[in-house]
Design a protein. Structure first.
Lengths: 64, 180
């Protein structure tokens, strides 16, 4: 399932996948895989992404 | 049995290749720092290792069964071993490339594209030279010999080169689209 909430949170900050990837220390393809729902990140990476885009875990990763 | 000159030449060549590979690896490491793979890449590299290992096991079993069952030895020991290793490494590299897990996120694929291109050109030249040289035989006593390895290397690096070129183009397009 696509993670559109992460994509929109990133877009709201006018941040590219590469910029977010650099901030959290992963490859751009990993950010893309998370947004496309192809990869389920560890809690450590989820927290790093939340900190980078200023959102909570619930806002970005909790199932509706 | 190979002559001492052949054995000496073979191991000298092998040592030179290893030294060149080591020097290139050290230069790349000094320039980019140690390779850093993220968690997704580590996971996919592990999967690729598993498939490469299974392919090697399957190749060795099939080759062994073929020789024991039919008595057919299609290549000498060095050639068949090298082909098995190449096959396994190719499976690992192609799976990693197709899943964006071959290069660490602090490495640039362009350098490797050039390097693979050079390796293809060098091995193709050696292969064509051997093909046109009447003294060189690709088959000895009904078995493929090591002269065929340059063509095997060309096929392998060509597969890796194509996979890498496709993936590099796709990544570039994806990166352009990623900024909303």
């Amino acid at each position: 399932m696509k993670n559109l909430r992460l994509k929109s949170a990133r877009a709201a900050l006018d941040m590219s996948q590469q910029e977010l990837a650099n901030k959290v220390g992963v490859s751009r393809q990993t950010i893309n895989a998370i947004e496309m729902g192809d990869y389920n990140p560890t809690i450590k990476l989820c927290v790093a992404i939340c900190v980078a885009v200023g959102k909570t875990l619930d806002e970005l990763f909790w199932a509706d | 049995m190979n002559s001492p000159h052949f054995v000496l030449g073979f191991f000298t060549g092998l040592i030179i290749v290893l030294i060149v590979a080591l020097v290139i690896a050290l230069i790349v490491k000094k320039k980019n720092g140690p390779a850093k793979y993220d968690e997704r890449q580590e996971l996919l590299r592990g999967r690729a290792f598993k498939y490469a290992f299974l392919v090697l096991i399957a190749y060795l079993c099939l080759n062994g069964l073929l020789q024991v069952g039919t008595g057919l030895e299609w290549a000498d020991l060095m050639t068949s071993s090298f082909i098995g290793i190449c096959l396994s490494v190719t499976v690992f590299v192609v799976i990693c490339i197709m899943n964006d897990a071959y290069f660490a996120f602090n490495q640039k694929p362009k350098f490797y594209l050039v390097m693979f291109g050079v390796l293809i050109a060098v091995n193709l030249t050696i292969g064509i030279f051997n093909l046109t040289n009447e003294d060189v035989r690709f088959v000895t006593d009904g078995k493929l010999n090591f002269h065929v390895l340059s063509f095997i290397v060309v096929v392998i690096f060509l597969a890796v080169f194509i996979a890498l070129a496709i993936k590099t183009l796709m990544a570039k397009r994806q990166a352009d689209r990623s900024r909303l």
